[in-house]
Design a protein around this ligand. Structure first.
Ligand SMILES: NC(=O)c1ccc[n+]([C@@H]2O[C@H](COP(=O)([O-])OP(=O)(O)OC[C@H]3O[C@@H](n4cnc5c(N)ncnc54)[C@H](OP(=O)(O)O)[C@@H]3O)[C@@H](O)[C@H]2O)c1
Length: 251
């Protein structure tokens, strides 16, 4: 079964944001699919907890195990150290991200900088570092976490929406630049997913659920789309952002 196009056997994948929510679920699912993982996040305890839960990798011909490398991706030195320690990679999942709520008339430059720094500059510069160091193998797949917020409007989340729209603009150019090496760059754009990033008050979620024919997303729903984009099954797919909105767009 090692040639199955939906498997990740023999692939080494770096997952950012692996200490929580979608990144954690993506890491667990990628390991289940046979990948060997490099996990990163800021919180060492939660990162180690994810590491401890991973299924063993399926690595024909090698014995590379999983690895956890804590890092704050908004710190250039920590980002560079992570890129150094990650080694050769077949895929990257840029799941680390933050929110930031402020109606425009209350917006502070510091909030704009922190949201753009974590959600846009960090994944862009990590990608730059990996390409510059030539540690992404030919055929590697790069997956960004965008959001439907990149295409829709919600009161108070302009900075967040802009950070995700910027990421999508960036990835289409990246896709062209890396195509000669058989590398691909894509994004997944979920609507609301039940993670610590969002308001998990039951009454709030119940109200939101009314607008989702297939219900609010769970982290594993996003993880399965990430596996598709990392796997050889999607070898002709590049430069896209895949909406995962549970039918929200049609209500
Ligand atoms: N949840 C949703 O409804 C939703 C919808 C669409 C898109 N997304 C996107 O999906 C991604 C994951 O979100 P989530 O819901 O899983 O959020 P989450 O549970 O809050 O997890 C966020 C992750 O990002 C990491 N992180 C944040 N800032 C970082 C930094 N400066 N350096 C390194 N790591 C950092 C966190 O690390 P620590 O916890 O270790 O600090 C954590 O692992 C984000 O990009 C988000 O924008 C989420």
């Amino acid at each position: 079964m090692t040639n199955h196009p939906f498997h990740l056997h023999g692939k080494r994948v770096l997952v950012t944001g692996a200490s929580s929510g979608i990144g954690r679920a993506a890491a667990l699912a990628c390991a289940q699919a046979g990948a060997s993982l490099v996990l990163t996040g800021r919180d060492r305890v939660r990162l180690e907890a994810t590491l401890a839960e991973l299924a063993p990798p399926v690595m024909p011909g090698t014995h590379a195990g999983h690895q956890a490398v804590p890092a704050d991706l908004t710190d250039a030195a920590q980002l560079a150290a992570l890129a150094e320690q990650a080694g050769m990679l077949d895929g990257v999942v840029h799941a680390a991200g933050i929110t930031g709520f402020a109606p425009v008339r209350m917006l502070q430059r510091s909030l704009l900088d922190s949201v753009m720094g974590a959600n846009f500059a960090a994944p862009v510069m990590l990608t730059q570092r990996l390409l510059f160091k030539k540690t992404l193998r030919d055929g590697a797949s790069i997956v960004f976490l965008s959001s439907i917020a990149a295409h829709t409007g919600t009161v108070g989340v302009g900075a967040y929406s802009a950070s995700k729209a910027a990421l999508e603009g960036f990835l289409r150019n990246l896709a062209l630049e890396v195509a000669p090496r058989g590398m691909r760059a894509n994004a997944v754009a979920p609507a609301m997913v039940e993670t610590p990033l969002v308001n998990t008050d039951p009454a709030f979620l119940a109200e939101k659920t009314k607008h989702y024919p297939f219900g609010i997303g769970q982290p594993e729903d996003v993880a399965y789309a990430v596996i598709y984009l990392l796997a050889d099954a999607s070898r002709k797919v590049t430069g896209i952002s895949l909406d995962l909105d549970g039918g929200l767009a049609w209500t």
